[in-house]
Design a protein around this ligand. Structure first.
Ligand SMILES: Nc1nc2c(ncn2[C@@H]2O[C@H](COP(=O)(O)OP(=O)(O)OP(=O)(O)O)[C@@H](O)[C@H]2O)c(=O)[nH]1
Ligand SMILES: [Mg+2]
Length: 211
């Protein structure tokens, strides 16, 4: 019997927008009011089902602090999808999503990787504010070619299930999962590597060619 396929997803965005909290809420249903800044990159996994398809998510939580920006691009390889997160109360963090989008697109090994725009901390806005921010968000997402956008609250768990369902479905619809499985079978004689091993291998290959 074949193992359930895995999907590497990377989560990026400015410092403090709530990436780590969002993943902790989605994976462990917990929220930390004083979550410390991520150093470099964190990694977590979750098995989930979307429309009858079981997948193993590998979730890469990339630090937003500027000093890590140069290394962030190293984590992009092998990702089949990406979340770019901003803070509903910080308009600058929405503008900065474009910087992250460029980093992802320039370093992705996928043709047209699905990138979703996530406006987090929506519990901090009133209903009226949320509606108005959402209209702005939709316009921004359309203009800048994000495949979709959503408002979430890592604190309350709002929007998280829908967010991952949409992203996984887009990855499946684009055939990226099937391509990945084919590539692994061809290059590894049917043995599936996980993303960490895979990117390590890629790095080793790179190291070999440059020496
Ligand atoms: N009210 C509210 N606060 C949130 C939410 N998500 C995160 N926070 C707050 O924002 C702070 C920063 O969240 P993190 O998840 O650590 O931010 P990050 O994007 O991972 O930051 P870096 O790791 O530095 O890139 C947390 O300590 C929470 O207090 C949310 O949905 N609602
Ligand atoms: Mg973090």
């Amino acid at each position: 019997m074949e193992a359930d396929p895995f999907i590497k997803i990377i989560v990026v965005g400015e410092q403090g927008v709530g990436k780590t909290c969002l993943l902790n809420q989605y994976c462990y249903e917990r929220f930390e009011a004083n979550s410390p800044p991520t150093i470099g990159c964190d990694f977590t996994t979750k098995v989930t089902q979307t429309n009858g398809q079981t997948v193993r998510l590998q979730l890469w939580d990339i630090a937003g602090q500027e000093k890590y920006n140069a290394v962030s691009k190293l984590y992009v390889r092998g990702a089949l999808g990406c979340l770019i997160v901003c803070d509903i109360k910080d308009p600058n963090s929405l503008e900065e999503t474009l910087k992250w989008k460029s980093i992802i697109e320039e370093n992705s090994d996928q043709n047209n990787i699905p990138i979703m725009l996530v406006q987090n901390k929506c519990d901090l806005a009133s209903d009226d504010e949320k509606t108005s921010y959402y209209q702005t968000l939709q316009g921004f997402a359309k203009t800048n070619k994000f495949f979709s956008c959503i408002q979430t609250s890592a604190k309350e768990g709002t929007g998280l299930k829908q967010l991952f369902t949409e992203l996984i479905q887009e990855i499946i619809d684009k055939g990226l999962l099937v391509n990945q499985q084919k590539n692994f079978k061809q290059s590894n004689g049917g043995v599936q590597l996980n993303a960490a091993q895979s990117s390590q291998n890629q790095q080793q290959k790179k190291d070999k060619t440059c020496c």
